[in-house]
Design a protein around this ligand. Structure first.
Ligand code: FES
Length: 352
């Protein structure tokens, strides 16, 4: 692998050729602000917040889209860079509703975080503001295009991760917006409601409807879990407040799926609150299921299985497992079947 040596903030670093300046800096623990860059998506250099000073370059360089070069000398936080970033943030909030007190994204808004970091309180540019209507007609995603900063991450996520191509840019200049074909509402479009766009949106433009009004982001306890809906085994975080599941958030460290989820995994979690869920074992007595303790149910099962094995032999037993179980649960099913029941009659719905 070809390595490239360069200097960032006075320190030498060696990274593989083709690495962007942003990534090389991250490797050194230097955090360069970025709004339109997202790991796993193509870099388009749209927001310019990641600009850095490169010695010899005629202008500031977007570090998310520029590859390192041998001998490059980079300054990530020089006075010129800081001033440029302040101006970019100033421009970004020029027509952004500053309703942070009630914004659903408060606590997780990258625009607000950077404005705080760079001391940008309000825009010095006065002018027209957008007044788009909120789109709330689907059960999953609320779109507030007044808060869109046109970073285009939703467009790229829909194209490059989901492959659905539901979103794109329309119009130009002040009227530019991300929207669907013919500006249909999501529910009328090709959207499959995977929520990938929501997971990458850096502002309150796209939010999870089910989580609206349920609490602030910093109040949520994040509990990493495995999706129960299919055998893919996607991981995500359950957002829990006061012991109650409020919603689901992508966990980028998930090895199976990264930030990607499908509609069931991201939005189908409310079954956990269904009143019809079984909360205790049921044992059939006189043709009726009646609640029983775990001890009673397990005793009954072991007695019956032992009786069947003794009377008809181990091969009279077979276990069918499910892709909805975790690997660990499926492992236990086959272990039980082979070592306790003494048969290899075990199968799984995802085998074929
Ligand atoms: Fe580099 Fe937006 S993060 S231009």
């Amino acid at each position: 692998m070809e390595l490239v040596k360069l200097s960032i903030n006075g320190n030498e670093v060696e990274v593989p050729a083709g690495t962007t300046i942003l990534k090389a800096a991250q490797q050194m623990g230097i955090d360069i602000p970025h709004l339109c860059f997202e790991d796993g998506l193509s870099s388009v250099g749209a927001c310019r917040l990641c600009v850095v000073e490169v010695k010899g370059a005629r202008s500031l360089v977007a570090s998310c889209a520029a590859a390192v070069a041998p001998g490059m000398v980079v300054e990530t936080h020089s006075p010129d860079v800081m001033e440029a970033r302040r101006t970019i943030l100033d421009l970004l909030i020029a027509n952004h509703p500053l309703d942070c007190l009630t914004c659903e994204k408060a606590g997780e808004c990258k625009l607000a975080d950077y404005c705080y970091e760079y001391g940008v309180k309000e825009s010095t540019f006065k002018g027209e503001k957008h007044a788009y209507l909120l789109e709330t007609t689907n059960p999953f995603i609320v779109r507030d295009m007044n808060k869109c900063i046109l970073c285009g991450k939703c467009v790229r996520a829909c194209d490059e991760v989901t492959g659905q191509n539901t979103l794109d840019f329309a119009y130009r200049g002040f009227n530019a917006k991300t929207t669907t074909a013919f500006e249909d509402e999501l529910v009328e479009s090709d959207c499959v409601f995977c929520g990938q766009c929501v997971s990458v949106c850096p502002t309150g433009a796209l939010t999870e409807k089910q989580m609206h009004g349920k609490g602030r982001r910093w109040e949520f306890q994040r509990v990493k879990t495995t999706c129960p809906f299919c055998g893919t085994g996607c991981n995500f975080d359950l957002c829990v407040k006061d012991g109650e599941v409020i919603g689901v958030s992508s966990n980028p460290s998930s090895v199976v799926n990264g930030k990607a989820l499908c509609v069931k995994g991201r939005f189908g979690w409310d079954f956990v609150k269904n009143e019809k869920r079984l909360t205790t074992p049921l044992v059939k007595k006189d043709g009726e299921f009646v609640p029983a303790s775990w001890d009673e149910a397990l005793d009954l099962i072991s007695t019956r299985l032992a009786g069947i094995k003794e009377k008809y032999g181990p091969d009279s037993f077979a276990a069918l497992s499910s892709a909805r179980c975790t690997n660990e649960e499926n492992y236990l099913v086959q272990k039980f079947t082979r070592t306790v029941m003494g048969t290899n009659n075990v199968d799984h719905c995802a085998r074929t």
